[in-house]
Ligand binder design. Structure first.
Ligand code: HEM
Length: 529
């Protein structure tokens, strides 16, 4: 070996030893279990190897850890992450020590192109002002308006006729994509008062471009939140190449759409004297309005351009909140029913018993949707950054600047939490002796998060999911064509922020016997279920 090569090797070994010793010294008194660490590369090699099954990789490690908490770090000791599937730790992160865990500059840097200053990426006063404003839009009055006006119209005039046509043709249809378009049209209507019909305009290339842009932007932003920013990322951004270029182009398409929503809203506000309950976007627009005196939120965005940009962030945040979450839950729900015919029959019996399709008393359906989200939570992995050093209830130390994550996906798959049959789809586990739905604490089932930042749209989401599931199952028999409906070979998922079935859910629909006679009426778009 040449002298220069030997020198490099020695230098590398020396650096590795120094780093290792430093790491040991810097380690807290009680570290969490850290599987397969490498003194120089940390868990990077395993991360790359398990990239395509990230959620299962973490679930495996968390199940194997006695405390249900693990620690992992990136190359050269960068990017420490403590991740837990322990309800006591989740309670601590999201409730008891809420103030110590926030989104951080790193999360914002990864997500800023997509969500900017919107609710999901904001911290502190910017977050609390938005949260308060948004919460009015989820009041019980708004919820009633949602079910009576928006949901009923989109279901009866668009979604069911779309499925009727698919049933009539005998062709397989991608139910995941249909649900996504339905959810998108719904959220645009209820939150922004803008009517769209991306579902019925299935082949329109503009809609396809918009959905593809959202997918690209969410996927790149999600992967960026998992890794510390590198000089390569900064360079690609500067040169507008690679992932940075793809992200910029996707965000451009999303921006155009969001701005067109804001323009349309402005025009409709100028032309109408609607005295009714304002929707979410109207509330945010009023809060930005100089003539109204502009409040604290308006002062944070001093120029007209900054205000417009912020409204764009509001639109994008709510499209993201409403578009993929219920879609994910319902897609896995329909797949799980197909893989579990006994449960499918029980849901079917319950929805068929109701004369008017009112979902309020449907406890088994509620349990089955909740159970589907236990195994496939729409937001499978979530995290914050520690502001100051802290100690979790089991004694694990979290240093300032470290990621503090919880995996809802892993938590749904812990024998400790759900018993021996934790991998089975068993809606019955959610029912009390009288057959009524029995919820558990959100720290044990953090599918909708917990604490001050818990999901504001939970009730609306359940209402939408139950109404859609009940209407579909009353009307059709579903035959899942792909992926195979078997618990032994679960479908692959996309590696992105929400749990999507890779390749979609291809189903053939057959009108159920009781509904054959109403086909003509519903296809003409008049019937509202
Ligand atoms: C099955 C459906 C849904 C699931 C599983 C779900 C899950 C979640 C989760 C995990 C969070 C916490 C995000 C975070 O801070 O890291 C959240 C927050 C939130 N969600 Fe949902 N969500 C669903 C549907 C919806 C819908 C339909 C809306 C309404 C458009 C909505 C609006 C919100 C809002 C406003 C927040 C609060 C953000 C904050 O205060 O920071 N969600 N949701």
């Amino acid at each position: 070996m040449e002298i220069s090569h030997l020198a490099y090797v020695l230098l590398f070994l020396f650096a590795a030893v120094v780093l290792y010793v430093q790491r040991r010294r810097a380690s807290p008194s009680r570290t969490a279990n850290c599987p397969h660490p490498n003194p120089v590369l940390g868990n990077t090699v395993e991360f790359i190897r398990n990239r395509g099954r990230f959620f299962d990789w973490y679930a495996d490690m968390l199940r194997a850890s006695p405390s249900s908490t693990i620690e992992a770090w990136g190359a050269l000791g960068a990017s420490h992450a403590v991740t837990t599937a322990d309800p006591a730790a989740v309670d601590h992160l999201l409730r008891a020590s809420f103030a110590n865990y926030n989104r951080s500059a790193q999360f914002r840097a990864a997500q800023s192109d997509l969500i900017g200053d919107g609710l999901f990426g904001a911290d502190g006063r910017l977050w609390s002002l938005q949260r308060k404003l948004a919460s009015y839009a989820f009041s019980s009055r708004s919820l009633r308006r949602f079910t009576e006006d928006v949901l009923a119209v989109h279901l009866g005039r668009r979604f069911l006729p779309f499925l009727d046509a698919a049933a009539g043709s005998g062709e397989a249809v991608d139910l995941q994509e249909a649900l996504r378009r339905f959810a998108f049209d719904n959220i645009c209507h209820v939150a922004f008062g803008v009517e769209s019909s991306t579902l019925l305009e299935w082949g329109d290339p503009r809609h396809q471009a918009l959905f593809a842009a959202f997918d690209t932007a969410v996927e790149i932003s999600f992967m960026r939140t998992l890794k510390a920013p590198t000089p390569v990322r900064k360079l690609t951004k500067l040169l507008n190449i690679g992932q940075s270029r793809r992200l910029r182009e996707a965000v451009g398409v999303i921006d155009d759409h969001a701005m067109s929503v804001i323009e349309a809203k402005g025009v409709s506000q100028r032309n109408s004297r609607d005295e009714g309950d304002p929707d979410l976007l109207s509330r945010f627009m009023a809060a930005m309005d100089e003539e109204d005196g502009g409040g604290e939120l308006a002062a944070m965005f001093p120029t007209p351009e900054a205000k417009r940009r912020f409204l764009r962030d509001v639109v994008v945040s709510f499209v993201l909140a409403g578009k993929d979450t219920t879609t994910s839950a319902l897609t896995w729900f329909f797949w799980l029913l197909a893989a579990n015919p006994r449960c499918e029959q029980r849901v079917h019996d319950e929805v068929s018993r109701s004369p008017d399709g009112n979902v309020k008393g449907m406890h088994y359906l509620h349990a089955a949707i909740t159970e589907a989200m236990r195994l496939y939570p729409p937001v499978p992995f979530n995290g914050r950054i520690a502001v100051a050093d802290d100690v979790l209830p089991d004694g694990t130390v979290v240093r300032a600047g470290w990621f503090a994550n919880y995996s809802a996906y892993a938590m749904g798959r812990m024998e400790k939490l759900w018993g021996e049959n934790f991998m089975e789809f068993a809606p019955e586990r959610w029912l009390g002796d009288s057959g009524e739905f029995a919820p558990v604490d959100a720290a044990r089932y953090p599918v909708f998060h917990a604490g001050p930042r818990a999901c504001l749209g939970k009730e609306m989401a359940y209402m939408q999911m139950k109404t859609v599931a009940s209407a579909v199952l009353r009307r059709f028999r579903l035959n899942v064509v792909a992926p195979a409906a078997s618990m032994e070979s679960p479908p692959a998922y996309e590696m992105t922020g929400t749990m999507k079935i890779k390749g979609g859910l291809q189903v053939q629909l057959r009108m159920s016997d009781a509904n054959k006679s109403s086909f003509a009426t519903s296809a003409s778009g008049q019937e509202v279920d």
